[in-house]
Design a protein. Structure first.
Length: 352
């Protein structure tokens, strides 16, 4: 991608749809002096509620709105298109933008099927464009934990224990519309589709190893909305990574998550010479080794999303590729795909 033209500052950014997470992205991008927000665009044939929600997101951010999404999928209009639709449209909108010659940032998940994820990766390669995907690998505590792994403080990683919980008490306020999570026509799945990618990313980021096999258990234990829709609200997933490293992931939407915030997560790394804990609710990383406990504070002033968006903007303006792209997101999608196949098979399955 070295032949890509380098955009001049400010980076012109448009949103393709604005029904999911758009408010946060618009707020953070608008605060970046390197960014010019061009428009929020929606497909003219999208349902009325979709167009209304996208229009409302644009109005609140004081950004132009249009029903002509093709108008912003144009390198003469935008340098970067951010896809903030419901998940089942992510891949189609991303491919359209890439084929139009525009760099793309996709809200998570990249796609709702492995085939669609492959299609996005292929489109980016054909077009020679960047396709970045929102992730949490820029969380300060996670970065600090990776630094300790790289420095050898923990020895060889043996096992990871990851937890990610959303609080059901915040469901109606933290999710724009509950159906964006529970209606598979919009979401593509339940909380495995919604959250497992973050956890798979963390396991891959901390170890540098690929996932080989997956075993999943899931159910609708707490949420009537999930139960009525026939999707899982919680899951326990076990990964076998390369070199015999394993990971256990517990995720879901529970009545009350630890910490009382909308979402909470933690990571424990068990190594041959020590272990470390990174906790979103406590912005620090604690290392447990032969010399006892050592705690280093992480930068609580810049959360994962803000840090990643700033990284994407800086990379594109420098003519560089962000450190997390559709290729990385495809690896996470392969784990999600395997988890759902494991549920169907009731057994361990290989990652495709």
């Amino acid at each position: 991608m070295t032949d890509r033209p380098i955009p001049a500052a400010p980076l012109r950014v448009a949103l393709a749809s604005g029904v999911r997470h758009a408010a946060d992205y618009l707020r953070l991008l608008r605060a970046d002096p390197r960014v010019e927000l061009v428009a929020v665009a929606e497909e003219a044939d999208a349902p009325e509620w979709v167009r209304a929600d996208s229009r409302r997101a644009a109005e609140r951010a004081e950004v132009r709105y249009t029903d002509d999404v093709a108008a912003v999928l144009n390198p003469d209009v935008a340098d970067l298109v951010v896809v903030c639709s419901e998940p089942t449209r992510h891949a189609r909108l991303a491919v359209a933008a890439l084929e139009a010659g525009v760099d793309v940032l996709v809200d998570k998940p990249l796609a709702t099927s492995l085939a669609d994820a492959d299609a996005v990766v292929a489109a980016a390669a054909r077009a020679g464009r960047v396709c970045a995907v929102v992730n949490r690998t820029h969380a300060p505590a996670l970065r600090r934990a990776r630094g300790w792994v790289d420095a050898g403080h923990l020895g060889l990683p043996r096992h990871l224990d990851l937890e990610l919980f959303a609080s059901g008490a915040h469901f109606t306020t933290s999710v724009e519309r509950p159906e964006l999570v529970v209606d598979t026509a919009l979401s593509g799945g339940g909380e495995i589709m919604n959250f497992l990618g973050y956890c798979a990313d963390a396991a891959h980021f901390l170890t540098g190893l690929r996932t080989l096999e997956v075993h999943a258990l899931a159910g609708s234990l707490f949420s009537p909305a999930h139960r009525s829709a026939g999707v899982e609200d919680s899951a326990v997933i076990t990964l076998e990574l390369e070199r015999g490293v394993t990971a256990t992931i517990t995720l879901g939407r529970v009545p009350y998550a630890p910490g009382g915030t909308p979402t909470t997560s933690s990571v424990r790394i068990l190594g041959s010479h020590g272990h470390a804990v990174a906790d979103d609710d406590v912005p620090a990383v604690s290392h447990f080794g032969a010399s006892g406990r050592t705690t280093l504070a992480a930068d609580a002033g810049q959360v994962a999303l803000a840090a990643y968006l700033a990284h994407v903007v800086g990379s594109l303006l420098a003519g560089e590729v962000p450190d997390y792209t559709a290729t990385h997101a495809r690896a996470a999608m392969a784990v999600i795909d395997a988890a759902y196949r494991s549920l169907e098979a009731g057994d361990v399955v290989p990652v495709r």
